[in-house]
Design a protein around this ligand. Structure first.
Ligand SMILES: [Zn+2]
Length: 226
């Protein structure tokens, strides 16, 4: 018989909360931003940038939501929309005093942009097993050749952030199925009247068979057209 496995958490003191109350408040605001993206048909990802004020209290200085489709800009991920606002506001291309809070793990493009801007800290919610560049697919922040400035903490309100994305893609899949079903079974109003169909007048196969032009929606494709 082997000894029971003792988890570290059984013996170690409870670890300090990895996220500050201000970061959790910011994550709620980032979820509101993600909702804005959903409302305009974009994959719901939102971001908020925090910076301490003169009294040392964290303040929201910029927000952003995912909008590559609506702006026809493949780089318009939530993080970069917020980053551009913050850099313009502070009139500085480096943001070393700032923390970015985002609902989804940054991709490689955003990870590098955030490192170029020298963010102090990145907090993200849901992990992205397909394109996440903060540990899921690759961890660019952990490469000392690339990163000397930015600390990353993932999993802040992970359940809420993940649920929003799952609901969005479930709704989109349901709409896609409904469109397919509508094409296969035309409404009664559109049906060909029985009297019009004769043996001499068959419906050509090429008309009856439609190929759905919409490709299946991958679950991680930020910015994929609806
Ligand atoms: Zn990105």
């Amino acid at each position: 018989m082997t000894d029971p496995i003792v988890l570290e958490s059984d013996t170690d003191p409870a670890p300090a909360a990895p996220f500050t109350p201000a970061e959790e408040r910011a994550m709620r605001q980032a979820l509101d931003q993600a909702q804005n993206a959903w409302l305009v048909g974009e994959v719901p990802v939102g971001a908020v940038i925090l910076r301490d004020d003169a009294d040392g209290l964290p303040q929201v200085i910029a927000t952003g939501y995912n909008r590559p489709i609506t702006t026809t800009d493949p780089t318009a991920h939530a993080e970069l929309v917020a980053l551009r606002h913050a850099a313009q506001l502070l009139d500085n291309y480096r943001l070393p005093d700032c923390t970015l809070v985002v609902t989804l793990e940054p991709c490689a493009m955003c990870a590098m942009a955030l490192m170029h801007a020298r963010f102090k800290r990145i907090v993200f919610g849901a992990r992205d097993p397909k394109t996440g560049a903060a540990g899921s697919v690759v961890d660019l922040f952990a490469l000392p050749q690339l990163n000397h400035h930015t600390i990353v903490a993932g999993g802040c309100m992970e359940a809420e952030c993940g649920a929003m994305l799952r609901e969005f893609f479930a709704e989109r899949r349901a709409a896609h199925k409904a469109r397919q079903a509508a094409r296969r079974a035309p409404a009664e109003d559109d049906a060909i009247p029985v009297a019009d169909v004769t043996v001499d007048d068959p419906i050509p196969i090429g008309v009856a068979v439609e190929i759905d032009p919409d490709p299946p929606v991958p679950p991680d494709a930020r910015g994929a057209p609806a």
